[in-house]
Design a protein around this ligand. Structure first.
Ligand SMILES: *Cc1c(COP(=O)(O)O)cnc(C)c1O
Length: 381
């Protein structure tokens, strides 16, 4: 027998209350029974997104909310700025180009955060730019971008700040309304502690104004139609009823813990993981601006990262993520978001110590675990 541990930056583990809720017999979606569940989930989403605006619930993976944001707010030929610091930044640009937008790429070295002055420079030079697209947490590099500073740049301008918060919302503080973020999107399989299949999008008043004149083609991801349906406690097309039933439960868990405590837990787990990695001599990919969702570390010289990830998964039952693109085979990404706590970190760090040793790397057993324990103890009275 091999017990399995899912410690990847999405999909993430699902708590028992959500699993049980989703295992209930199917109900029809055009009923007061489902509308009640939907309303409760929609209200709790506003709490987690820290907004007074509606949070649209779409049956799609997170990318659906990204695509929806582009097609509902822009027209072909519109100019946008894309912060490209990894796979997901690149995705903003690819979607934009697919719809005929003109992209001003700001390329950021993997593992680094964007310098807000680089964005300001392009905004100053190109007054026609209608949107700035960025990740709060670039999951492919485990770096966090300075969303608050970027929001200050677009505030009061005829330009939207559109934030992919897919591994940010519910992980660290991104107060949408307070900071003046115009679009914030997320997805169910990250900090929302659910299987994949739901995407979320919240739009500011300014963004809804852009929506009125946007001419990109669209049908399924029609935000205006979704907002109208949301007011009637439903969605335009058949909602993912079981996922939304689970969503209500996972959101209740977040509400009970309290958003600030949720952020503090993620911060503690992230610091412990970084300390453990450093103690083991593993170099961090994003030491200067790390995301609290996941920690990327370089595997030691001479160790094949791809084989290490496979060994951890197939032999030890521990699913971590590797690197992508040019970091394929060179990186381990240890997730600490969603339904995770102290002993998930202990498990991932100790498994890395053991696997590295199996791969012939000299490891002092317990060195990483001990460094993590010191920080994790903060979580107890
Ligand atoms: C997971 C993720 C996405 C969305 O991916 P999907 O596979 O479409 O759910 C987008 N952005 C970031 C930062 C992510 O971590």
């Amino acid at each position: 027998m091999r017990k399995k541990y899912l410690l990847a930056p999405g999909p993430t583990p699902v708590p028992e209350v959500a699993l049980l809720a989703m295992a209930q017999p199917a109900i029809h979606h055009r009923t007061s029974q489902f509308s009640g569940i939907f309303r409760e989930a929609a209200d709790l989403l506003k709490y987690v997104f820290q907004t007074r605006e509606d949070v649209l619930i779409l049956a799609a993976s997170g990318t659906g909310a990204m695509e929806g944001s582009i097609v509902n707010l822009f027209s072909p030929g519109d100019e946008v700025i894309v912060v490209n610091g990894g796979k997901f930044g690149e995705r903003w640009g690819k979607i934009s180009e697919a719809y005929g937008l003109k992209v001003n790429w700001i390329n950021v070295e993997w593992g680094k955060a964007v310098d807000p002055s680089a964005v300001k420079k392009v905004l100053d030079e190109k007054p026609n730019v209608k949107g700035v697209l960025v990740q709060a947490s670039e999951t492919s590099t485990t770096a966090a971008h300075p969303v608050k500073e970027l929001a200050a740049l677009t505030k009061g301008k005829d330009c939207l700040l559109i934030v992919d918060g897919i591994t940010g919302v519910g992980v660290f503080d991104i107060p949408m309304d307070d900071w003046g973020i115009d679009v914030l999107v997320s997805g169910s399989q990250k900090a929302f502690m659910l299987p994949p299949g739901l995407a979320f999008a919240a739009l500011s008043e300014k963004a809804w104004k852009f929506q009125e004149t946007a001419k990109c083609p669209k049908f399924y991801f029609d935000f205006k139609k979704e907002r109208k349906n949301l007011k009637d406690n439903t969605t335009a097309y058949t909602p993912a009823t079981s996922l939304i039933t689970g969503l209500r439960e996972s959101l209740k868990l977040i509400k009970e813990e309290g958003l600030q405590n949720v952020f503090a837990r993620h911060d503690r787990l992230a610091r412990a993981t970084r300390a453990a990695s450093t103690a083991l001599g593993l170099k961090l990919l994003a030491p200067d601006s790390p995301s609290n969702a996941a920690t990327g570390v370089f595997v030691p010289e001479g160790v094949d990262g791809g084989k290490l990830v496979k060994y951890l998964r197939d032999e030890m039952g521990i699913t971590l993520a590797g690197g992508q693109d040019h970091l394929k085979g060179k990186l381990l990404r240890i997730a600490h978001l969603g339904y995770v706590d102290t002993f998930d970190i202990i498990t991932s760090i100790s498994s890395i110590e053991m696997a590295l040793s199996k791969f012939g790397h000299k490891v002092e057993f317990g060195k990483g675990v001990g460094a993590a324990q010191k920080i994790l103890l903060e979580g107890y009275k």
